[in-house]
Design a protein. Structure first.
Length: 130
C-alpha cells in the first residue's frame, strides 16, 4: 500500500487523474470562450472595438489615435460649444456635435486619416488604422 502511494506521487509521469484534470480544464476553458463568443454575437456591434476621442478646450485628445481597421471611434465633446470630427479627405464626418454630446464614426480601412473640426480650423488630429 505504501509503495503504491509512493508511485502515485512520483512526478515523472502524469497520472491518469492529472491528465483527466488537464482535459477537463481545457474543456471548461473552451466552454468559457464559447460563452464569451455567444455573448459578443448578441451585442449590436459584434467583434467591433470602440476607441474614444475626447474634445476639450478646443482640442482633440489623443492627438493621434491608433486603431485597427473596423474600429468605431466615439467622439465626446466636453466643451460648451459645437465641434465636428471631419476627415480631411472625407472618410468620415460627424457633422456638428453639440457641447456635452457625442457621436461615432467607423474607421473602415487601414490608413492614416488626418482630421479637423469644420468650425475651428486650429483643431486637428490624426487617426492611424492598421
Ligand atoms: Cu471645433
Amino acid at each position: 500500500m505504501r509503495g503504491m502511494l509512493g508511485r502515485m506521487l512520483t512526478p515523472s509521469r502524469p497520472s491518469v487523474t492529472t491528465r483527466f484534470a488537464v482535459l477537463t480544464t481545457t474543456a471548461l476553458l473552451g466552454l468559457g470562450l464559447g460563452a464569451v463568443a455567444v455573448a459578443d454575437a448578441g451585442a449590436s456591434t459584434p467583434r467591433a472595438k470602440t476607441s474614444v476621442v475626447t474634445i476639450k478646450n478646443f482640442a482633440f485628445s489623443p492627438k493621434t489615435l491608433n486603431v485597427k481597421a473596423g474600429t468605431t471611434v466615439k467622439v465626446t465633446n466636453k466643451d460648451g460649444t459645437a465641434h465636428t470630427f471631419t476627415a480631411n479627405k472625407g472618410a468620415f464626418d460627424t457633422g456638428d456635435i453639440d457641447g456635452g454630446s457625442s457621436d461615432t464614426v467607423k474607421v473602415k480601412k487601414p490608413g492614416t486619416y488626418a482630421y479637423h473640426c469644420n468650425i475651428h480650423s486650429s483643431m486637428k488630429g490624426t487617426i492611424r488604422a492598421t
